[in-house]
Write a protein that binds this ligand. Structure first.
Ligand SMILES: [Zn+2]
Length: 169
């Protein structure tokens, strides 16, 4: 599902995810490439540019509607790719390691974000038991709980990365 600004459901959510994902991947990149500040800044600049492009795609009426869906898809994919690029770079470069990225936390938080998005987009569980989850347990609430878990995992990963650098140098 590629969100557009004319959709009345979930647009604020898409905006808040769009705002928080550059934050997450910038901090991850900062610590992951801590020994290579120029490279880190290069990737952080690209990530921020992709984040701005997502904001533009969500808010500018000229990229609204089905005709512009491919542009909206492109900026979301670019933002996702901008997060993978520094990890891929570190994995492929013989002089770099993935140690600073705290990959187990990156993987775990991504899983919770994806699960939360899947629950929200598919409206589970109220899709199957209409009316039962109107007050407690609706997909929207489950989504927020899962996103909070992902954010705590992100902070734990950042703490681990930071401690590595601060104890090694
Ligand atoms: Zn919400």
């Amino acid at each position: 599902m590629i969100p557009s600004s004319s959709e009345d459901t979930g647009n604020g959510k898409v905006l808040s995810v769009a705002a928080s994902s550059p934050y997450g991947i910038c901090t991850m990149t900062y610590f992951g490439l801590y020994e290579q500040p120029l490279l880190a800044n290069f990737y952080i600049t690209i990530i921020l540019a992709c984040g701005l492009a997502v904001f533009w795609a969500l808010l500018d009426p000229s990229v609204d509607g089905p005709r512009a869906a491919k542009y909206r898809a492109a900026v979301f994919i670019a933002l996702g790719a901008s997060g993978f690029a520094p990890i891929l770079h570190a994995a492929l470069s013989p002089s770099l390691t993935l140690d600073g990225f705290s990959m187990e936390y990156v993987v775990a938080q991504s899983a919770f974000y994806l699960l939360g998005t899947a629950v929200y987009v598919n409206r589970i569980p109220e899709k199957y038991w209409s009316g039962v989850f109107d007050v407690w347990g609706a997909s929207h609430q489950i989504f927020h709980v899962l996103v909070n878990v992902a954010q705590v995992l992100h902070l734990l990963g950042l703490r681990k990365s930071m401690m590595q650098h601060y104890t090694l140098t």
